[in-house]
Design a protein. Sequence first.
Lengths: 484, 131
Amino acid sequence: MLIFEQSRAGRRAHVQAPASAEDTPDIPESLLRETRPLLPEASEMQVVRHYTRLSQKNFSIDTQFYPLGSCTMKYNPRACNTLAMLPGFLARHPLAPESMGQGFLACMYELQEMLKAVTGMPAVSLTPAAGAQGEFTGVAMIRAWHDANGDTGRNEILVPDAAHGTNPATATMCGYQVHEIPTGKDGDVDVDALREAVGAHTAGIMLTNPSTLGVFERRIEEIAAIIHEAGGLLYYDGANLNAILGKVRPGDMGFDVIHMNLHKTFSTPHGGGGPGAGPVGVSKRLEPFLPVPVVGYDGDEYYWITEDVRPQSIGRLSTFMGNAGVLMRAYIYARMLGSEGMHRVADFATLNANYLMAKLTDAGFDVAFPERRATHEFIVTLKRQQKELGITAMDFAKRLLDYNMHAPTTYFPMLVPECLLIEPTETECKEDLDAFVDAMVKIQQEAETAPELLKEAPHTQPVRRLDEVRAAKQLDLVWSGKVD
Amino acid sequence: MSNIPVDLKYAKTHEWARVNDDGSITVGISDSAQDQLGDMVFVEVPETGQGVAAGEASAVVESVKAASDVYAPVAGEIVEVNEGLADSPETINTDVYGNGWIFRMTASDKSELDKLMDAETYESFLASEDH
């Protein structure tokens, strides 16, 4: 039931309401609305129960195993939240003088330094407000660099066919044509096809390493040389950074730009449209183009580096300097881990994925690249089950919900038919990984003996199988004031 | 097993091309492609009169699983688009080689059609992709 449907005229939750009209600021009459806003009227108790119930209907990392591949759904340590909420950070006004925010600026400066160290990129800007904006920033800087060199004929960005959909979207948003590079049978980029595709029109390539196929791009140095020889730049999509944190650095692989999804690797809460952070790191030659402001340090005081000293900057991406609260959480996470802890993130993220892959293989499941070691994630293909039993990856995914586990990513990457992209992350213990394997084995048995259990799943959730076509075609998300 | 009519030509990117009596070419996606993509929710068709290069992304099909480009099998000009797909994209799922066509074009060089696969070659191509 919607909160609107519980509404009764005149009912109030007094805690939040101003005691009288005199308590509201002196707003000119001409700006006051004539009709009351369409808001639900409910008691505090009703509101608490309503939203508590809603939260209980949700699958979340705090309540369930959540192996959603390519999303790095790991535990968000409570300490990060607690410390980022210290009144000094919360109450800081973004326009306060630098002298009054030295503590916060010091944290942001150190975060920049830590991200530089762990990615091997000489300069970092924290301002992009999400991963997608970080990607946009990265390609916008590639464009700005070519433009500054007078090299304006480059109109194409290369994107492997296994890439995240955001990569071609980003290139298009930045005014580039997208040229797709195929993947070889072993899961690596087809380097011969890449050689054929590069030329004087190549602005750069957008690459995820490890790729979305859950394997490490082994010929990355060769790829970097091919692109650089053609005069292009390399963009690193940081989505899968969790696998290599503290182990290999994109800067050392030859990348010129990287964006980092702090909500993945650095464990800030996943936004779902809420505040995010997608910092970018760049090679020395791209530093002048970084978005401002960036935090500087003269050995004595921290200060903002702005357009005045960075005239070639691509500009500002948000009103202030990005989402300060999210950046604080990432800073605290990184400080708690230290460089030794970052190694352990990659160690256990890859160990957990390889353990799951080995157990599922033993249990009779087909993995997409059995000859390759998994990175932090891997792909199971249910093509055989589809052919022999008529059971799809979606059926498995929906049935997993009945076992109280969030489904892995389904049907991505599209290169592998009937795929589940499974990423356990480093924060799961062995018992929970084993429980997932047990659930998969039971579902396989059900697929063979009682397939309708899968076809009609989920059975135990607040809603049954949803009509995805209708959800995509007839989005209806805004309260219209009418109850159907 | 996917349906591969013998009177059509096929591209490696899974489009089909039918040569009409007037010499124009009707283009859609193959049965295998629609099966892989699943239920269609949106189709973006090109403009009529638009010139396209062979292999140029000329339409977009979006399913519940993914959005994919549809490439022109040969170079030429778009002469007609399937307006019906705007309201009923699912026609691609239900009648992929008939009412599920996406656009009709003229070819600037008919010999480019020879570079496309016949049904038998496309069938073995699908089998080889099936790793």
